[in-house]
Design a protein around this ligand. Sequence first.
Ligand SMILES: [Zn+2]
Length: 95
Amino acid sequence: MSETKTRRTEIMIETHSLTIIKMSQRTPTNFVYCRNCQMKTAFFGASAATLIFRVTTAEIERLLQTGQIHTNEGSALCGNSLAEYFKNEVRFVQD
Ligand SMILES: [Zn+2]
């Protein structure tokens, strides 16, 4: 009779990510009330969004058209909707 050893390995993969976006006073970003989210959030330009979320401007355009991300009267993008779409926990910090 041979001895059987059972080894159990549990692998847990942490997929949660946290992005902290620091807003400097030089960055043309401000905290604006988003009518869609019904909360104050950081708004920034499309070029900043592509850098933060590593997406192309074409992708941003597509998301805007499908209403998955919000925009204000100007062309600034709602940071909250972007964070929600990309499933990132984003904290906006003002300098
Ligand atoms: Zn929004």
